[in-house]
Ligand binder design. Structure first.
Ligand code: NAP
Length: 254
């Protein structure tokens, strides 16, 4: 089977690529580094020749609300439209647990729109909502770091290893089309601020992390557990401490 992974060079996407290849399938990576910019049509129809399923693991260049919203809407609509024209049968969209339970957070509103636009087309769509990745703490430090200081939001989270999530996404992509949504989470609730400090130490870096208490309803939702998975979520290991012992010590970059 031929599977396209949009964002196949990213934190989650790289593991979707690995798991799909390991299962014996052919992979086409759709990302700028692989020569396909999904904010335009150029080269997409050719890249999708013979592809049965697309996994969308893209993320915009900035988490700012307006940038994220136009990126996610544009890419989701394009994958549906050009995918259908190219004979693709199904789309698997990677989203985030709890995005519709957190008010006033633009990036999450953009993810809700991405899901809606992706569902609004002829391809069958499976939406996989994941919790924060084990890699998330390092991603936030990299995004917020100024010199040797970074801020990390205080939030309840049950993070999941991107590699384990990648295996779930690869499995879904190779199954018969199904319009569905489900959640994926790791085995334990963790303190993301503590994880940020742990990963910084494990890399031998000296970066001070300040906890960020987001204001208003957004912050309350973060702290009250809006991002925790529902009872029916698929739980996949390893837990953070076991993961860190074997994790790629250069990815994501700090
Ligand atoms: N990080 C988390 O903890 C987390 C948790 C749950 C769900 N998610 C969701 O999972 C998805 C992936 O997140 P991530 O952290 O893996 O993102 P990431 O590491 O930032 O990777 C983003 C990917 O998108 C690609 N991309 C960006 N702009 C593109 C464009 N114009 N055309 C084609 N490809 C483009 C990038 O490749 P190029 O730079 O080569 O273009 C890269 O492969 C996101 O939608 C995010 O909301 C993330």
């Amino acid at each position: 089977m031929r599977i396209a992974v949009a964002g196949g060079t990213g934190t989650a996407g790289r593991y979707v690529v690995g798991a799909t290849k390991a299962a014996g399938h052919e992979v086409v990576v759709l990302s700028r580094a692989a020569g396909v910019d999904l904010t335009g049509d150029d080269g997409l129809e050719e890249a999708l020749a013979g592809v049965e399923a697309i996994v969308d693991a893209t993320s915009p260049p900035s988490t700012r609300a307006s940038t994220a919203q136009s990126f996610f809407e544009d890419v989701a609509a394009r994958l549906q439209r050009v995918g259908h024209r190219s004979g693709v049968q199904r789309l698997v969209v990677l989203s985030i647990v709890g995005i519709d339970r957190v008010p006033g957070f633009g990036y999450y509103a953009a993810k809700v729109r991405q899901e809606a636009v992706a569902r609004d087309g002829p391809l069958s769509v499976t939406t996989v909502r994941a919790t924060q990745f084990h890699e998330f703490a390092a991603q936030v430090v990299a995004q917020t770091r100024k010199g040797s200081f970074a801020v990390v939001p205080v939030m309840r989270s049950q993070p999941v290893a991107a590699r384990a999530l990648g295996e779930v996404l690869a499995d879904v992509a190779t199954r018969p089309p199904q319009d569905a949504m489900f959640e994926v989470a790791g085995p334990r609730e963790e303190d993301i601020v503590a994880l940020a400090r742990t990963v910084i130490r494990s890399r031998g870096r000296r970066i001070m992390v300040s906890p960020l208490h987001l204001p208003g309803a957004t912050g309350r939702a973060f702290r009250d557990g809006a991002l925790l998975p529902d009872a029916g979520a698929r739980i996949v290991g390893p837990a953070y401490s076991d993961w860190l012992a074997t994790a790629d010590s250069a990815w994501p970059p700090l």
